[in-house]
Design a protein around this ligand. Structure first.
Ligand code: FAD
Length: 530
């Protein structure tokens, strides 16, 4: 059963040991347990639906509350404090494309705002209804989850777009294939959401980002349907797939997507490496990417993230033992952990590992074998549950990310973290900040930053702290000319920063595309652009 006010499955718990609490207390102060609002209280205050009845639409109160917010930190603050000021007026679960068409016609006729909803895992406010005189209908696409066609000759699979990660992979696995798209939200996020928010999987270095995997699709809009053909390549004008990628529900509802698949790899192994410091680790990552060493993923944590990951792991004795060994080997507190993976045939994996290790060793990296990599593999989709536990202990955890050319990676990582570290001074609070390189490319990398701060008993105050942090980090990203998002999308929280990246004319182009398919502006208004 899914949690309505936090991450994931209600019964999955990620415990935090006492030593980890001592670690956090020392760095940012003791957290206090603040009770959450009860679902019943929220249901009791739910405003009446403004929708006229329609056979496909439920106005059931619980459905409306469960679809009110996603997974951003402001969303969490709203859900946990009960201070949710907007709800969808109704929720529909279409069973097929025909239902989607009927719902769009109903919405167009009655001037109803429509929010396409995949897994609701957005971390930037994508699926939140906004205050408006018009009613809002959320269209949950989870029943559109079937594999419709498998073209093994071309290695193309056609799925209904509401399919979530595990269900998509299970349907492909039956035929011996994989898509290989594994965002950390894999458990709940959907194919349509990945495409609409330009998602990136943890192993996209090997399998490709969603824009590489999305071959074509069928989109229903208030102005009719758009059917894009699946072509290996085309020089026939601008690529409309690219417009759908990142369209965040504003250009229509993606009902089907054709994706590029691969045979399931015979072997996949993950390894741990320690570097003496961040700079040498980053240099090694750059060389790996520029020599196109055929690994399948790389995640390089900075010293703070390395220390915090070990402290929160709950394996106190093992960590102490490892720390002693590392110090003896000359890897002091500046050490940085790299996890890298290899995927493919045994021969390809051996070749990739050899190539990566040659570069890693040239930069002073200490190869520690598979133990750390195996732990990462086991917990890769579990780590988000830590956010639930820490929240309940009084701490808010959030993440943000950017991507920039290699020449700017070191300075940008420093500037963004420095901005976060001082952002709470006026609140007399501290913030624990850490970063890793999450994705590497020949010309640059993605910097992924995690920050932890104390919650206040006053939800407004917690929100004010978050706003100060988010604004400081976003300004720092803009100053470095990084993208405001490498993989989370724009939604509400990044919309104000988009013009700096796209230019006013670029925003106008996007706006005009949306106007063409949706002249009344009913599709997810306020997201991506205003
Ligand atoms: C714990 C956690 C970890 C995460 N890790 C990653 C990660 O590793 N990589 C990554 O890229 N992201 C990550 N995310 C962010 C999020 O999972 C992605 O943005 C994901 O692509 C959203 O998919 P979804 O199905 O949940 O979409 P939703 O959140 O439901 O919707 C996102 C946007 O897509 C639109 N949309 C959804 N489906 C359709 C459709 N069929 N047609 C048209 N529009 C549609 C919605 O209207 C909305 O604007 C993470 C989020 C969380 C909470």
């Amino acid at each position: 059963m899914r949690r309505w006010n936090g991450w994931g499955n209600l019964h999955t718990v990620y415990p935090v040991p006492n030593s980890a609490m001592e670690y956090l207390t020392k760095r940012i102060g003791a957290g206090s347990q603040i009770p959450d609002a009860q679902l019943e209280e929220i249901l009791a205050r739910l405003p009446a639906s403004r929708l006229t009845p329609m056979s496909l639409v439920s106005q059931e109160p619980q459905e409306r509350v469960f679809h009110a917010r996603g997974q951003s930190l402001p969303d969490w603050i709203a859900m946990r404090s009960g201070k949710i000021n907007t709800f969808p007026d109704g929720v529909a679960y279409p069973n097929d494309e025909e239902d989607v068409r009927k719902l769009l016609a109903f919405a167009s006729k009655n001037e109803i705002h429509v929010i396409p909803y995949g897994g609701g895992t957005s971390v930037v406010g994508h699926i939140n209804p906004l205050p408006s005189a018009a009613p809002t209908l959320t269209i949950n696409l989870s029943r559109l989850n079937r594999l419709l066609d498998l073209d093994e000759t071309s290695r193309l699979a056609t799925f209904e777009a509401g399919v979530n990660g595990p269900h998509l992979e299970a349907q492909l696995a039956k035929h011996g294939y994989t898509l290989g798209h594994f965002p950390q939200s894999f458990e709940l996020s959907t194919l349509g959401g990945w495409i609409a928010a330009r998602s990136s999987g943890q192993q996209s270095y090997y399998y490709g980002r969603i824009e590489d995997l999305f071959a074509s699709g069928h989109i229903e809009t208030p102005s009719g349907a758009l059917d894009l053909p699946a072509l290996p390549a085309s020089a026939a004008g601008p690529d409309l797939r690219q417009a759908i990628l990142g369209s965040e529900g504003r250009l229509g509802i993606l009902t089907q997507a054709v994706v590029r698949i691969q045979p399931r790899p015979p072997l996949e192994t993950f390894y741990g490496v320690f570097f003496h410091d961040w700079d040498s680790g980053v240099e090694a990552m750059r060389q790996i990417a520029q020599e196109r060493a055929p690994i399948s993923m790389a995640r390089l944590s900075n010293a703070q993230e390395t220390e915090t990951t070990l402290a929160l792991s709950g394996k106190e004795a093992l960590v102490q033992w490892a720390n002693r060994g590392l110090r003896l080997a000359g890897y002091d507190s500046r050490r940085c952990l790299l996890i890298f993976g290899v995927t493919g045939t045994p021969a390809a994996c051996a070749h990739a590992r050899r190539h990566a290790l040659q570069i890693i060793r040239a930069h002073g990296g200490l190869f520690t074998g598979q133990a750390i990599g195996n732990t990462w593999r086991k917990s890769r989709f579990l780590t988000p549950y830590l956010r639930n536990t820490l929240w309940e202990l009084g701490y808010a955890v959030d993440t943000l990310e950017t991507a920039l050319p290699w020449a700017k990676v070191l300075s940008a990582a420093e500037n963004i973290q420095a901005a976060l570290k001082t952002a709470l001074e006026s609140f007399n609070e501290r913030c624990l900040v850490m970063a890793h390189l999450s994705h590497i490319y020949p010309d640059g990398a993605s910097i992924y930053v995690t920050f932890i701060f104390r919650r206040s008993v006053d939800a407004e105050e917690t929100l004010a702290r978050w706003k100060a942090l988010k604004s400081a980090a976003s300004q720092a990203i803009l100053q470095c000319r990084g993208t405001i998002s490498h993989q989370h999308g724009v939604g509400l929280d990044h919309a104000v920063y988009l013009e700096a990246e796209k230019s006013p004319l670029g925003i106008e182009l996007i706006r005009q595309m949306a106007y063409t398919v949706d002249p009344r502006g009913i599709l997810n208004p306020g997201k991506l652009f205003s």
